[in-house]
Design a protein around this ligand. Structure first.
Ligand SMILES: *Cc1c(COP(=O)(O)O)cnc(C)c1O
Length: 391
């Protein structure tokens, strides 16, 4: 054979038997078959063997199997991000004319999808009070095909009565999906509390280092495996084995990171609760937080992200000045990594019309709690020295 052909068809082989502790990064688009008769592009690779790289290489399927194991799911699909996970659930369970219930405090881009692409396709998404509990029953219509939950909710951190909502969904035969990102799939047992689908932004605690975007969709039953898998495969949401390997590495330290983040977040939140400028601390483990009793009943811990609301007398300009003055807390979206973050949400409109303008969401990292508190202290000092503009 010409060396040009030899470049493609080599007989060289590395010795076998390399027993590393790390999952190999398996790349591949084409998967080869022994015969024409065996060739298929069936997406059910976990049962029927490998067919095409889009449906996941061994690295990606190992990550899916590990997420399923942790969550106690029938199966977990790995997708390019948390938002991809959300969109797959909508597209799997809705058709033109469908009605969907979405908590008012759900992840922002889920609302954007609802009022954008989904509305254009004839799907109606109705928002509901996240603290509605079993009263959600009165919002159900004959055309309701999906109920979303998210607990705690994004930014305002309300804990939902997920078991009560799941019970209503079950009695009407409507699947209930949970955005379980906050719990990292481990601090809240979605399936034991009656949820049918649990999604996660693996970008947050599983990745854990702000360097990877991935998501998962975990399903409770064979029936949902087929419905979600059909949409997932048709939408072409494959992921890279490199990303999956970063998430597999992140999983190994999830336990110690969550433990440490919980302790630091509590120390920082409790310090903030004692500051005269702070009106409310929205952290599910603090007694004043909305849905705190449900958190105590249903969760096994709390995580790194929470919000504070400044008192009335503090102007939105001073709030912005406070965040700008922080040094260890960086300004940026997303959370769940090793770095402390802070962000304001002007015009949020939650938990009430105007206090959203005085809200700051904080995420603690693996820094020493005393240093984070000192940083917040100096930033509070800067903000208080700032002249108010009388807004
Ligand atoms: C970040 C986040 C998502 C989206 O995840 P991406 O991986 O950034 O797409 C979805 N839900 C919640 C609650 C999130 O915090």
């Amino acid at each position: 054979m010409h060396w040009q052909t030899r470049l493609i068809h080599s007989n060289a082989k590395a010795p076998s038997g390399f027993r590393s502790l790390a999952t190999p990064v398996a790349r591949g688009s084409t998967v080869i078959f022994d015969s024409v008769a065996q060739a298929t592009d069936d997406w059910h690779q976990s049962e029927r063997g490998y067919t095409y790289g889009l449906f996941g290489s061994p690295t990606v399927l190992e990550l899916g199997a590990r997420i399923a194991e942790l969550e106690g799911a029938h199966h977990s699909f790995i997708v390019p991000g948390g938002q991809a996970a959300i969109s797959i659930v909508y597209l799997a369970l809705c058709r033109a004319g469908s009605h969907v219930l979405l908590p008012a405090n759900a992840y922002g881009p889920s609302h954007d999808l609802a009022t954008g692409t989904l509305r254009a396709f004839g799907v109606t998404v109705e928002t509901y009070d996240p603290l509605i509990g079993g009263d959600i029953e009165r919002l159900i219509r004959p055309e309701t095909t999906l109920i979303w939950t998210e607990s705690p909710g994004s930014i305002t951190m309300e804990i939902q009565d997920v078991p009560a909502i799941a019970a209503v969904g079950r009695s009407h035969g409507i699947p209930v999906a949970l955005d379980n990102t906050y719990a990292g799939g481990v601090l809240f047992d979605a399936f034991r509390h009656g949820v049918d689908i649990s999604i996660q932004a693996l970008t947050k605690y599983i990745g854990g280092h702000s360097d990877v975007l991935l998501g998962s969709v975990s399903v409770a039953s064979r029936e949902l495996y087929e419905r979600v898998g059909t949409a997932w495969s048709q939408l072409g949401m494959g992921v890279s084995p490199d990303e999956a390997s970063l998430a597999l590495r992140g999983l190994q330290t999830l336990g110690i990171r969550l433990e440490r983040l919980e302790r630091t977040a509590l120390a920082v939140a409790q310090w903030l609760a004692d500051q005269p400028e702070v009106d409310k601390v929205l952290h599910p483990a603090l007694t004043e937080a909305p849905g705190h009793d449900l958190w105590k009943r249903d969760f096994t811990g709390s995580a790194s992200v929470f919000s504070i609301i400044f008192r009335h007398e503090i102007s939105p300009d001073q709030v912005a000045c406070f965040v700008d003055a922080l040094r260890l807390f960086k300004i940026g979206y997303s959370w769940g990594g090793v770095t402390a973050l802070a962000l304001t949400y002007p015009g949020l409109g939650r938990p009430d019309a105007e206090s959203g303008d005085r809200l700051v969401r904080l995420n603690v990292g693996l820094e020493e709690p005393g240093d984070l508190i000192a940083d917040l202290d100096q930033a509070l000092g800067s903000a208080m020295r700032q002249p108010t503009t009388g807004r």
